[in-house]
Design a protein around this ligand. Structure first.
Ligand code: GP9
Ligand code: MN
Length: 627
């Protein structure tokens, strides 16, 4: 194939092979939605345009270096692609630079990562093997010797292709590079390699933001908050839990779709279902996390700010000035702590907890963890709660304690003797096992309630339960639509970002509350229940019991939910029915503005303000009036 008759230099051959592979990966491994012919065309040309550019550069080297450049170029490109694939399988997302600095977390992932690697992945390196063999066998025969003019011509052609690709992308999606948090759009339009370069630019920009901030940026933000987010709190609920202990339970990966639902005719979460009867239960409550997963959910709850669009704030901005819930509670006489049986450095928690004012972190060292009492990521939830009790009984009162469960974590492994519900039967082992681990966590919480009652802690406490984020990513579309017996659309995907949220006040009846709500609202809600004045606080959320609330819930990728609409991926849907109202970028809608449009702008503004606060560390310039 490589003999001289064909005259195909290795750089062209490598570009074709690598381009083809990249295309196959975009098309069949990444779940990239393609809405029209233009998008399909861009996705088709981009891998070749980029590959041509990368490998064309080799002609500027001498013969020996040319081969080396191509060989290592294709290897490096393949590795970058492959790391993204492995990451994508778990998170349906692409790697960002801040994530790479979270290496310590990766080390802890162990078993989880193994589950994401498949034997047939070897095939993803076939092009590398072919190019390396060819280079070895035919050596310098495959190199190219061009005149300066031709080299310049090849370079110009390649740049022209890139510009053409970008122009098409910009036509298809105006302001492509401004919508920084929508990574799927970026990859779809400029390809994963250009996306990484762009991400690097964003990274340095956000790093620089802190240095250049001087506090003046805050005026616009506080004005916005006064106008849009500082709604009056519920007077009726003000102080109903004054001086009570707060037990906050973060339910790992529990989504709302399992609540009050059955699997093979059996209730999935019997205890959590019953708990609705004597709790305030928010059935349209959304998680708003991004790449920081559990830590993002913690961050949102503690600060009523949005998580970072890239990486985890717990890592990237752990030294910022915050005005956190634990700090405010501490100022009001509370003893604050976190219980979580994992290494204290996971998600950089030790540093962040210290900075945000927690008095104590009961990490893995506070627990007795053995092979028998652990599974998957570590200590089983039932043991976790049981072993926590002794610390709670001796704790100074009133206390605020956060409990982070772990058993219901991907890959949802469970010992056979702990399974009390069957596995589901679908093509996704992840979803099949999920029901068993969710049920296990449900039982663990039930036992915890029983123990709280027995020890007398229950009476003086309120208990808040919240799902931290999704457990089933849209990588399991097929199995999910089988289970839910409905088509998996972007609308459904957004609705599946609902997680359970309970406020359980012993002695009160509670009710099911249907208004839209989200993690951003938790901090103001807790403060109000405890009767703590928050008029000097700065937050993007509103007390959940308030009658007058902000009218949208923003998700970190720019999707949002209002009382009437659900917006995701340029589509505006009717919230109740899921019917598509319009496509907000459609050019043929006779200039009529989508009903979602005003919210799109508000959501972008609000997310942008939150990023400004975090990247600029702006709270260091603000006087919250605390002693
Ligand atoms: C790790 C646990 C799980 O300590 O909170 O983290 P997650 O992967 O869900 O972010
Ligand atoms: Mn989690």
């Amino acid at each position: 194939m490589f003999n001289k008759k064909l005259h195909m230099p290795l750089y062209i051959f490598a570009a074709l092979l690598f381009g083809l592979k990249t295309y196959i990966v975009y098309r069949f491994v990444f779940n990239i939605s393609l809405d029209n012919g233009m998008q399909e065309f861009i996705l088709l040309i981009n891998p070749f345009v980029t590959a041509f550019f990368i490998f064309m550069l080799s002609i500027f080297f001498n013969k020996r270096r040319q081969l080396k450049y191509i060989k290592y170029g294709i290897l490096l490109g393949s590795l970058i692609l492959y790391f993204n694939i492995v990451f994508y399988r778990n998170f349906s997302d692409f790697i960002t630079i801040p994530l790479l600095f979270q290496g310590s977390n990766a080390a802890d992932l162990g078993g989880s990562v193994l589950g994401l690697i498949k034997l047939w992945d070897i095939a993803l390196f076939l092009d590398v093997v072919i190019v390396w063999i060819a280079a070895r066998k035919y050596g310098e025969e495959l190199t190219a010797t061009f005149t300066k003019r031709y080299k310049r011509f090849a370079l110009s052609l390649s740049v022209l292709f890139l510009v053409g690709n970008y122009t098409l992308a910009e036509i298809e999606r105006p302001q492509l590079l401004q919508r920084t948090f929508d990574r799927e759009y970026l990859v779809k339009n400029i390809g994963i390699f250009n996306y990484h370069i762009y991400d690097a630019v964003l990274h340095s920009k956000s790093e620089a933001q802190r240095v250049f901030a001087d506090g003046n940026e805050l005026n616009a933000i506080t004005d916005y908050m006064k106008e849009e987010t500082s709604k009056p709190v519920s007077e009726e609920m003000f102080g109903v839990a004054k001086d009570k202990n707060v037990i906050f339970i973060s339910l790992e990966s529990v989504q709302s779709f399992v609540i009050n639902n059955t699997m093979n005719g059996e209730e999935v979460t019997p205890f959590l279902n019953d708990l609705i009867d004597d709790s305030y239960y928010f059935e349209n409550f959304y998680h708003q996390t991004a790449q920081g997963k559990t830590s993002d959910s913690e961050f949102i709850v503690e600060n009523s700010l949005y998580p970072s669009p890239r990486g985890a704030v717990y890592f990237t901005h752990a030294q910022n000035d915050f005005h956190s819930l634990p700090e405010m509670l501490g100022n009001n006489g509370y003893y604050t702590s976190v219980f979580h049986s994992n290494n204290k450095s996971f998600w950089n928690r030790d540093v962040m907890y210290d900075n945000t004012g927690y008095d104590h972190f009961y990490d893995i060292n506070a627990f007795e963890v053995t092979d028998e009492n652990s599974v998957g990521w570590g200590l089983k939830d039932k043991e976790f709660f049981k072993q926590s009790l002794k610390y709670m009984q001796q704790m100074e009162k009133p206390f605020y304690s956060k409990f982070i469960t772990l058993t219901n974590h991907y890959p949802f492994d469970l010992d056979e003797e702990d399974a009390t519900i069957e596995k589901y039967d679908s093509n996704s082992n992840t979803l099949n096992q999920y029901f068993q681990t969710v049920r296990y966590t449900d039982e663990a919480v039930e036992d915890f309630f029983t123990n709280l009652k027995e020890t007398g802690l229950y009476e003086d406490s309120i208990i808040i339960l919240m799902g931290d984020h999704y457990g089933i990513s849209d990588f399991h579309k097929k199995a999910m639509s089988q289970y839910l017996d409905t088509e998996y659309t972007d609308y459904l995907h957004t609705q599946l970002q609902r997680v359970p949220f309970y406020v359980h006040i012993p002695g009160e009846d509670g009710e099911v509350i249907s208004k839209i709500s989200g993690q951003i609202d938790v901090k103001p809600t807790i403060l109000n229940l405890l009767g703590i004045d928050q008029s000097n606080d700065l937050s993007f959320g509103t007390d959940l019991f308030s009658e007058d609330r902000k009218d949208f819930i923003a998700l970190r990728d720019g999707s949002f939910i209002t009382e009437d609409y659900v917006y995701a991926k340029d589509q505006c849907y009717e919230r109740e029915t899921g019917d598509l109202i319009d496509t907000t970028t459609a050019s043929d809608d006779e200039g009529e503005e989508s009903v979602c449009k005003p919210y799109i702008d508000k959501v972008e503004k609000e997310l942008g303000y939150s990023d400004e606060i975090i990247f600029g560390d702006l709270f260091r310039f603000y006087d919250f009036g605390d002693e």
